[in-house]
Structure formats: structure tokens, C-alpha cells
Design a protein around this ligand. Structure first.
Ligand code: AMP
Ligand code: MG
Length: 440
């Protein structure tokens, strides 16, 4: 849909306002995504970034046969009843010693195994007799307690592929391979603006009809978890020139521009109006077949993605999860784009809606090892507390009848399932626990 917006064309307007199932909205957004460029960063600053190069081992690891125990280096076929200790091999240097029959070297974990030795006998399996050590041949097997060259990483192996998230083990492996700096995807530049005449800062006292801006803070927290370079753009009143100036400025600077509020059906829903009729902006859709989050506007200006999120705090966070987070991950080339979807058994009745509803859920492993789920009580889109203590969005397809306890639905896991006997810290979960039959 790249033609200029035209509110006189009923077919165009119908298509623009058609409620898109989340998968269709995802596909439209996917087609607009441009990968961010790679950049080099010092390894010490690379944790949790997305690797933008394949890392192939240029050397073997370990680079020498290394002892895995503190003990004595011997030749396994040596039948001598006792051996003379001719040196101590520590980690970090190489003694110029060759082991022959009747001799041994005391060796530490991680130290190079001397020439002539092909086994390490652990200290515990030896006896010391004056300056000799007694080792029983039948206790020694060739190669035991030695890590051969390249047994951890073999030269030429693809150790970490492009798109890998550099968690603790991955970052350690990059260091182990001697790569520093490392090439990662640039952080997506994202700005967040809250819109609405009613909004005041968290530190301010509320006047009549006012509420505090929470969306900017919750969205920035969500963006931080995705490793974005965030511009905390502030809040704007429902005034067209200010909103237009903001959008112009941020579109020139960022990869993604997020606004909240101003996309519903009211006269002062100006974000919606600006995205519709700015010549430089292409509006792709503005309604989702999703609860909460129906009035989401998605537009682009060149390669810049613009998300006009609904103002209700839960709607903005749910749509962030469903559409923006995957888009950000694709921009960085991350291998893992989607949250895992798993079947869960409902612990209580759930009212169905006329749209796919993403209820905030608590997924637990029950005594039989099955995943069971309950929601967090009242699910209205203004109730941000319904997100507290959740680890999943329960995807409830629309239907005429209520979902019964015991029915299975899909859950988008936002975190790991909770253990059954988890201490419930959040007041929300506790409140819901009391209401849920069968829970102690
Ligand atoms: P709107 O999408 O502008 O019609 O706003 C929908 C609802 O969300 C209204 O009740 C707003 O007051 C509320 N809202 C809008 N923006 C925010 C915000 N940044 N923080 C908290 N609530 C908001
Ligand atoms: Mg508003």
C-alpha cells in the first residue's frame, strides 16, 4: 500500500482500517525492515550484543595436550613399580623434560603434558615414598586425564554464527578465540514519545483530569532489555505542530520512532491524523485484530519504522511484545526472533472476546510436569498491574463460548515457567491466587 492516502477512496480506507491479525501485521512490518549496520566494539562492552560475523577458530583449543588433574605425568606402558619425580610442571610454562620409564613429573591441572607422557595419574591414586612415587600400572590407561589438542575447539570450526546473542558462554568463547574487538550489530536507535494533554511527569502533583505518564517509562524499560539506543523523547501535548516537529526530528535521527496515545477515534487523536496525511510518511495499517491494542498505527518514512501505539498502558506493552520486539530483533539479525509459544492448560475459566486476546498470565509447572496457566485477574487495558509477576501472554482465540478450566491454549512465554511452589511476591499474583479455586 504505497499510494498516497486518499480518504475519498472507500476501498483504500477499508483496507487501511481492516483489522489485521497479528501474523498479518508481522508480515507487513517484516517487509519494511532494514538490517542495522555492523560495528566493532571492544569485547569488554560486547555482552548481550548480536554477533554480526561468523567466528571460525583460527587455532586449536587447547593448543597443547593439557592435564585435567593434579597428579603425575607418566607413560601408560611403563611397568616400573615406583618412579623418580624429576620436576614439577605448572600451568603457564613448558619444562624441557622428556618422561622415560622409571620417571615422572608432578603436574597441575591445565599444565602441558611433558614429552614422552601419555597419561596423568591423579594424586589420589598414588603413594609417596621418600622422593619417589608409587603408581600401579594396572591403574593407568593411555590418554587418561589429558585433554588432547583441539578437543574443546578445533581449528577451522564455526564456533559462533552470525546472529548469536553474546551471553556469558558466548562472550567467553569470543575471548578464548582471541577476537577483540568483535563485530556486532549496531544498537537500533529508538525514540519514545508520549502524547496527551492529560499527562504529567511522575514527580509532579496531579491537577484536575491529569494522570502521570507511565508509557514512556515502561516502553523504555522494554527497549533497554532489547539493547536499543534509546532517546527518551519526553511528552507532547495534543497539538499538531509540536507532534509534527517531533516526528520530523526523530525520523531524521532514528531507526524506529514510537509514540503512545493519539491513535483512537477522538478529535484530538492527532498522531493518527499526521501519520495518515503527511506526504513523506506511508501508513500501512491502523487496526489490529487484537485485544488489547486494536488501534495500532504502523507507518514508514524511508527505512524508518513508525509505531503509533495506543495510549492505554497495557495495550502499548502488549503491542510492543507482539510487533515491535520481533521487528527490533530482525533489524539486528538476531537468530532468536520469537518468544517461544507453548501449549498450557487453563487453571480456571476464561471469558472469550471478539478478538484474539492476549491475557497476562502466570505459567507454572504442575506436579505432573505439565504447564498450567492462570491470568492475573482483571484484564482491562488500563490496568498496568495486570502485567506484574507475569511470565506469559495467554493467547485466547475469539469464540462464542467461555473457555473452561482444563482447556488448552497457547502461551507466548516472556520468561521461564515458574516452579509450582514459587513464593509469590507481587500483590497481583497473590490477589489472583486467592481467587483461583484449587490453589493454596
Ligand atoms: P489515547 O490512545 O490517547 O486515546 O489514550 C488512551 C488512554 O490511555 C487514555 O485513558 C489516556 O489517558 C491513557 N494514556 C495515554 N498516554 C498515556 C501514558 N503515556 N501513560 C499512561 N496512560 C496514558
Ligand atoms: Mg490521547
Amino acid at each position: 500500500m504505497t499510494s498516497a492516502p486518499n480518504s475519498n477512496d472507500p476501498e483504500f480506507m477499508h483496507e487501511l482500517d481492516r483489522m489485521r491479525p497479528p501474523e498479518e501485521a508481522r508480515a507487513i512490518i517484516d517487509r519494511q525492515i532494514t538490517r542495522v549496520a555492523p560495528e566493532q566494539v571492544p569485547l569488554a562492552e560486547a555482552a548481550w550484543r548480536i554477533l554480526a560475523q561468523d567466528l571460525i577458530a583460527s587455532e586449536d583449543h587447547p593448543p597443547f595436550p593439557a592435564s585435567t588433574m593434579d597428579g603425575y605425568a607418566v607413560h601408560a606402558d611403563d611397568a616400573s613399580p615406583w618412579r623418580e619425580v624429576i620436576g614439577e610442571q605448572h600451568a603457564g610454562n613448558v619444562l624441557d623434560i622428556e618422561i622415560t620409564d622409571g620417571y615422572t613429573v608432578k603436574i597441575m591441572t591445565g599444565a602441558p603434558v611433558p614429552r614422552g607422557a601419555n597419561a596423568v595419574v591423579p594424586v589420589e591414586a598414588t603413594e609417596i615414598a621418600e622422593d619417589h612415587v608409587i603408581i600401579h600400572k594396572e591403574d593407568v590407561r593411555t590418554g587418561e586425564n589429558i585433554r588432547p589438542i583441539g578437543s574443546d575447539v578445533r581449528k577451522g570450526d564455526l564456533v559462533l554464527g552470525k546472529g548469536t546473542i553474546l551471553g556469558p558462554a558466548e562472550t567467553g568463547l569470543v575471548a578464548n578465540m582471541g577476537v577483540n574487538p568483535v563485530t556486532v550489530s549496531r544498537r537500533p536507535k529508538v525514540s519514545v514519545l508520549s502524547t496527551g494533554d492529560e499527562l504529567v511527569e511522575p514527580g509532579e502533583t496531579l491537577g484536575p483530569g491529569q494522570i502521570r505518564d507511565s508509557n514512556r517509562f515502561s516502553l523504555c524499560a522494554a527497549l533497554e532489555a532489547e539493547g536499543c539506543a534509546i532517546t527518551f523523547a519526553g511528552k507532547a501535548p495534543d497539538e499538531r505542530p509540536q507532534l509534527e516537529a517531533f516526528l520530523r526530528e526523530r525520523i531524521a535521527a532514528d531507526d524506529v520512532v514510537i509514540t503512545s496515545g493519539g491513535v483512537s477515534m477522538g478529535e484530538l487523536d492527532l498522531v493518527k491524523a499526521i501519520l495518515f496525511d503527511s506526504p513523506a510518511i506511508t501508513l500501512h495499517f491502523r487496526r489490529l485484530y487484537l485485544k488489547p491494542g486494536k488501534p495500532l498505527n504502523f507507518a514508514t518514512c524511508g527505512a524508518v519504522l513508525i509505531f503509533g501505539l495506543p495510549g492505554n498502558p497495557v495495550s502499548s506493552l502488549v503491542t510492543f511484545e507482539v510487533l515491535i520486539r520481533p521487528a527490533l530483533r530482525q533489524m539486528t539479525g538476531a537468530c532468536e526472533v520469537d518468544r517461544p509459544n507453548v501449549p498450557v492448560m487453563l487453571e480456571h475459566e476464561v471469558q472469550a472476546s471478539d478478538r484474539v486476546e492476549y491475557q497476562r498470565g502466570i505459567v507454572t509447572v504442575n506436579a505432573d510436569g505439565r504447564l498450567v496457566a492462570r491470568n492475573t485477574g482483571q484484564q482491562q487495558s488500563s490496568r498496568l498491574a495486570s502485567f506484574v509477576g507475569t511470565n506469559a501472554l495467554l493467547m485466547i482465540p475469539p469464540r462464542e463460548t467461555t473457555y473452561a478450566a482444563g482447556e488448552t491454549v497457547q502461551a507466548m512465554m516472556l520468561g521461564a515457567p515458574f516452579a509450582q511452589e514459587r513464593m509469590v511476591g507481587g500483590s497481583v499474583s497473590r490477589q489472583n491466587r486467592k481467587k483461583t479455586p484449587g490453589l493454596s
